[in-house]
Write a protein that binds this ligand. Structure first.
Ligand SMILES: Nc1ncnc2c1ncn2[C@@H]1O[C@H](COP(=O)(O)OP(=O)(O)OP(=O)(O)O)[C@@H](O)[C@H]1O
Ligand SMILES: [Mg+2]
Length: 310
């Protein structure tokens, strides 16, 4: 699993602008972790260096989902200072589809039974973010599996990220909880971050057809527009695919076991759309503001964890 060449690649490539994506949901079990991991591999197939962060502390399971047996270290070892980032990151080989030598995926495993990130004390949080900020220089995309619900830990990832992917399924309970997240995010959901392609975006998972997915997205967008005065962008959908459950049981990401399935094609479409949004925004950003880096993701995250705001 660990691949030295990939590791070198991840740290040696020229740094472009970093993009940050957090994946969250109202209701649990809607497919966030599968989508976050599949997107990481799909973006790597487009030549991007991605780091997948299991930010669903306490309920972390991306390591299992990605087939990492007994991840020796996790975020808790960064917090207690016993390990450094390089000892904790797990590097993966990317698929045959990789179009660029620079495509790579690394996972920062979370731990089981850890405190929610918002409940860490100031010292722990400072130590954690200081170490995590090294990730910003070694990746093109940080993808965070932020968890479900509307507590501060989840919302802060949305506030700090360039793009927030809100996952829902067509189930009415999931739709209502997605709307609850949009409402809880408040006006900050629509504010941009320093020239980036920020936005709250909807992904409909487990859809039986593209039409059903569009209808679900439209229902959420209409309610949001009517009652909150703004609506998330509909990014796309992932079809329901019974084989995903088998991949999960086999501790594999469906995108890797079955790259030509309909669900994997949906993931590649989502990755392509994200690239268009993020890299298109780069061009606009450079034209307006020059080539400076956006303010550190982790300093934005620390600020919103402390204040509960953007
Ligand atoms: N497109 C899909 N088609 C069919 N089944 C799916 C699909 N996406 C996810 N699943 C199923 O849903 C289950 C939950 O997925 P996942 O763990 O990614 O959800 P989650 O939102 O991260 O859950 P949690 O809130 O507990 O973190 C998976 O085990 C898988 O069996
Ligand atoms: Mg999950």
């Amino acid at each position: 699993m660990v691949n030295d060449n990939r590791q070198k690649n991840l740290s040696a490539s020229t740094h472009n602008r970093l993009h940050t994506l957090s994946v969250l949901s109202g209701k649990g079990g809607v497919g966030k972790s599968n989508i976050a991991a599949a997107l990481a591999f799909a973006l790597a197939d487009f030549g991007k260096r991605t780091v997948l962060i299991d930010a669903d502390l306490g309920m972390a399971n991306l390591d299992i989902l990605c087939g990492v047996d007994n991840a020796r270290y996790n975020i808790s070892h960064l917090i207690d200072g016993s390990r450094n980032l390089n000892e904790i990151l797990v590097h993966f080989r990317t698929s045959q589809r990789a179009t660029s030598q620079n495509g790579a995926v690394a996972l920062l495993p979370g731990g089981v039974g850890l405190k929610n990130i918002a409940d860490l004390d100031d010292n722990d949080m400072e130590r954690l973010f200081e170490k995590l900020s090294a990730l910003e220089a070694m990746s093109d995309y940080l993808i965070m599996d932020a968890g479900a619900g509307i507590h501060r830990g989840v919302l802060s990832f949305a506030y700090a990220s360039e793009i927030t992917i809100l996952v829902t399924t067509p189930e009415p309970t999931s739709i209502r909880d997605a709307y609850g997240v949009i409402k809880s995010l408040g006006a900050a959901a629509w504010e941009s971050i320093e020239g980036a392609a920020t936005g709250l975006m909807l992904v409909v998972n487990m859809a039986s057809s593209s039409r059903e997915a569009s209808e679900v997205a439209e229902r959420i967008r209409l309610a949001s527009m009517q009652f909150l005065g703004n609506a998330p962008v509909y990014l796309g959908y992932v079809l329901k695919d019974e084989n995903i459950e088998q991949s999960v049981r086999a501790r594999k990401i469906f995108y890797r076991t079955d790259p030509d399935s309909n669900a994997s094609i949906c993931i590649r479409n989502l990755a392509g759309e994200l690239l268009r949004l993020c890299e298109g925004a780069d061009i606009r950003h450079e034209a307006v503001h020059g080539n400076g880096p956006v303010r550190s993701f982790f300093s934005r995250l620390a600020k919103s964890l402390f204040t509960g705001k953007k």
